[in-house]
Design a protein. Structure first.
Length: 87
């Protein structure tokens, strides 16, 4: 039989709860990392958020303004081809 634990936390006026340390360790999430709430048939699951390109938007300043998207695409394709040739 699966081990099951239950944690009861208090919801603040702002709708916030603290994720217990045991759950944070289990999920491998640290402060300032994102989590995802998945809702399905009245059940809510909490899991670490997957890294996405959209989440990283704006994290790196461009080398030049305006950006040359054709050149960036060419570089990305070359890098991808180089990575693929290693396998």
């Amino acid at each position: 039989m699966k081990e099951q634990r239950e944690y009861t936390m208090t919801l603040t006026r702002k709708g916030q709860v603290t994720i217990p340390v045991e759950i944070r360790r289990l999920l491998g999430v640290e402060p300032y990392k994102q989590v995802t709430f998945q809702v399905e048939e009245g059940e809510v699951r909490l899991r670490p958020a997957q890294a996405t390109l959209e989440a990283a938007y704006g994290a790196v300043k461009p080398l030049s303004q305006p950006e040359d998207f054709e050149k960036l695409t060419e570089i990305a394709q070359e890098d991808h081809a180089l990575e693929a040739s290693k396998h």
